[in-house]
Ligand binder design. Structure first.
Ligand code: NAD
Length: 302
């Protein structure tokens, strides 16, 4: 009996689902190329942030693997805001480029919001422009930020219909938390957004059938935050201090994975959960941008 009462959560495999999506993008890219259109993504990196270097490299590599055209432009830390805005304007005009991504964070002397607003909403494949955020909020066709879009795909793949589920999103950033809440609302979930000023966070989270943790605090969400059977999507990427003899610390999420396994119904690992979906969704958004630009019906079902 004791054995039966011990729950072990399923692992939600982000690598597997992202590979499926990327294969789909690859084949639809071939179809589009046959019509003379190659989807193109420009990735801009300003400065030397080591995590950002890895992210942009992975994004460009993923484009190449799926047959998309990509452009990686790296600029020095002291690039002026004006120079960056001018570069974005010329990419807005460039017909070979369908998506423009400026890797965040930007150096402090550059106003990120101003830079995001300079990107044409038609090429805003990160979905950060106010036009796309607004369109998402009112339920119009929009570019949706890649990370929450990837989270939603993982949830739907695992659970099917999300209608009527209680969802708690922890974190209210414009990049993850807020658009995640909008997407879940559009799926007819009852959505709560928790954040740094939320009182009794564990009590709030324990009501959830679906938990999305996007906080940036290593292993903050423990098993006692979870209702038995809850489906947990861990967005956090946190590097722990290196252990003795190691040069790099381990990567962990915002959820204490092993502890959560005892309560959750299913959970995404870090790495291998949300991260790979984010990249796959970037390719997907770029592909969709290329379809829209060409006036070709956007690919269904991806
Ligand atoms: P952010 O710092 O902009 O936002 C964090 C949010 O967490 C804030 O809204 C804040 O209110 C909330 N918060 C902070 N402390 C809290 C607490 N004690 N209790 C409850 N809420 C609290 O971060 P972000 O950009 O939304 O990213 C969140 C995490 O997700 C980070 O670890 C980031 O590295 C990761 N991330 C991963 C991917 C991916 O591809 N997997 C993409 C983007 C971000």
């Amino acid at each position: 009996l004791e054995y039966c009462l011990t729950m072990t959560a399923q692992r939600i495999d982000g690598n597997a689902l992202s590979q499926k999506l990327r294969a789909e993008v690859t084949s639809r890219t071939q179809v589009l190329k046959a019509k003379g259109i190659t989807p193109g993504l420009a990735v801009i990196l300003v400065g030397e942030n080591p995590a950002s270097q890895v992210y942009v490299r992975n994004k460009v590599k993923a484009c190449q693997d799926s047959g998309l055209h990509s452009l990686l432009e790296k600029y020095a830390e002291d690039m002026t805001e004006k120079a960056l805005l001018d570069r974005i304007e010329s990419l807005n005009q460039d017909p070979s480029i369908h998506g423009i991504l400026v890797q965040l964070p930007l150096p402090k002397h550059i106003d990120s919001q101003k830079v995001i607003e300079a990107i044409s909403p038609h090429k805003d494949v990160d979905g950060f422009h106010v036009v796309n955020a607004g369109r998402l909020a009112v339920g119009e066709e929009a570019f949706v930020p890649c990370t929450p879009l990837g989270c939603l795909m993982l949830l739907k793949d695992h659970m099917g219909d999300l209608s009527g589920k209680n969802a708690v999103v922890i974190g209210r950033s414009n990049i993850v938390g807020k658009p995640m809440a909008q997407l879940l609302l559009a799926e007819n979930c009852t959505v709560t957004i928790a954040h740094s000023r939320t009182q009794d966070l564990p009590d709030v989270v324990r009501r959830a059938d679906i938990v999305v943790a996007a906080v940036g605090r290593a292993e903050m969400v423990t098993g006692d935050y979870l209702k038995p059977g809850a489906v947990v999507i861990d967005v956090g990427i946190n590097r722990l201090e290196p252990e003795v003899g190691q040069s790099k610390g381990r990567l962990v999420g915002d959820v204490a994975f092993d502890d959560a396994l005892r309560q959750a119904g299913a959970i995404t690992p870090v790495p291998g959960g949300v991260g790979p979906m984010t990249i796959a969704c970037l390719l997907r958004n770029t592909l969709v941008a290329a379809h829209r630009r060409a006036g070709v019906a956007a690919p269904e079902g991806i």
